[in-house]
Design a protein around this ligand. Structure first.
Ligand code: SF4
Length: 359
């Protein structure tokens, strides 16, 4: 018998449909959501203003569950990476990134969580640890939300900024992602503004088409990492199926009607994509998309051949993009000392379990 659905995975619309089907009013749905998300109770019994029959109905059809936290790694820069165990034993990693100082120099209250959307990943980007073990399965809506609840337990603070940049290609798990987004952004849910949520994609065109039609103002980051098909084909297999000639038009479609710039994420890898010519190709795409660029010097992954370019090479790449008047930042991955590149912690744990080494 499959376990009952999680109450924390119900959008307002779904809960309302369930309750009206059982003869209850919209008001009752609001009360239940208030208990779950404002008062954060973890039993139906604790919902003291509900009639006993309704508490019983809820307990017969739903349950509470938060994933077990199996490892927490703190780092010198206060980034914390943690591993949670799902009910089927799958390991999922997430990263809490507190921002100490806001852009105006004042102390920031921002708590960012980098969330995973799948167990492993089918997309096999050549520089990424998550792709090394392939895709095991999609995460459910409840498991996506569970990472946020676990993070809040660890941080002892509410998460108020979410980036879907952990394990997996979020847009290939669109239905569960869309329900999670509803719960995250709803004022009867986690109530995090859509503009504080970023979806990162490797360039999965069918998912991007769905996102272009999605009404909320979610931010978009595209893991470009190469500005020609030649480079992207080498490091990102997704490009063979959906080359730049398909990716760029769908990004333009996403931008239409939105007052937002997409971010082009670009991991700088020595002798692969770090030449002045690469910079000029990147500038051309960024101009066409009115995008900003985020450069990330490569974070070494054990077992993979790629290397980080020298500081000087990274700086001159950034300067070339900047000179072309493209907004550009260079971000060193926080938590470099705790395997914070996506998938590394889970990869190490799986290897310990199997007694194997990375390929
Ligand atoms: S970078 Fe993202 S899409 Fe590519 S293999 Fe890693 S998790 Fe998957």
């Amino acid at each position: 018998m499959s376990p009952l659905p999680l109450i924390t995975a119900q959008t307002e619309e779904k809960l309302l449909a369930f309750l009206t089907e059982h003869g209850h009013t919209k008001f009752r749905a609001q009360q239940v959501l208030d208990w779950v998300w404002r008062k954060r109770v973890t039993t139906f019994d604790a919902m003291s203003n509900l009639p006993p029959a309704l508490k019983n109905l809820l307990a017969e059809h739903f349950r509470f569950h938060t994933p077990e936290i199996v490892e927490i790694h703190g780092s010198a820069d206060t980034t914390r990476k943690f591993l949670t165990k799902m009910e089927d034993g799958s390991l999922v990693e997430s990263v809490i990134i507190p921002a100490a100082v806001a852009e105006n120099g004042e102390k920031s209250e921002r708590v960012t969580l980098c969330v995973s959307s799948q167990v492993g990943c089918a997309f096999g980007c050549k520089f990424c640890a998550s792709g090394l073990l392939g895709l095991k399965r999609h995460l459910t809506t409840g498991e996506i939300i569970g990472q946020i609840l676990s993070a809040e337990t660890i941080a002892e603070k509410r998460v108020n900024n979410i980036v879907f940049m952990g394990m997996g290609e979020p847009l290939s798990n669109f239905d569960n992602l869309a329900d999670a987004l509803e719960i995250i952004t709803s004022h009867r849910g986690l109530e995090i503004g859509a503009r504080h949520i970023t979806i990162s994609t490797s360039g999965f065109v069918p998912g991007l088409k769905k996102l272009a039609a999605y009404p909320r103002q979610i931010r978009l980051a595209v893991s470009l990492h190469g500005a020609t098909d030649e480079v992207r084909d080498q490091i990102m297999p997704v490009n063979k199926k959906w080359p730049l000639s398909q990716l760029i038009p769908v990004l333009e479609e996403w931008s239409r009607g939105r007052n937002q710039m997409p971010t082009l994420e670009y991991i700088l890898i020595r002798d692969i994509n770090d030449s002045p010519k690469d910079a000029s190709h990147l500038v051309r795409i960024a101009k066409r998309l009115h995008a900003k660029v985020n450069l990330i010097p490569y974070n070494t992954v054990e077992g993979l051949p790629w290397k980080r370019p020298s500081e000087e090479r990274c700086r001159s790449f950034r300067d070339a993009v900047h000179k072309a008047r493209i907004p550009v930042t260079m971000r060193y991955e926080k938590g470099h000392d705790i395997n914070a590149a996506c998938g590394q912690l889970r990869l190490r744990k799986e290897q310990e379990k199997n007694g194997s080494t990375p390929r």
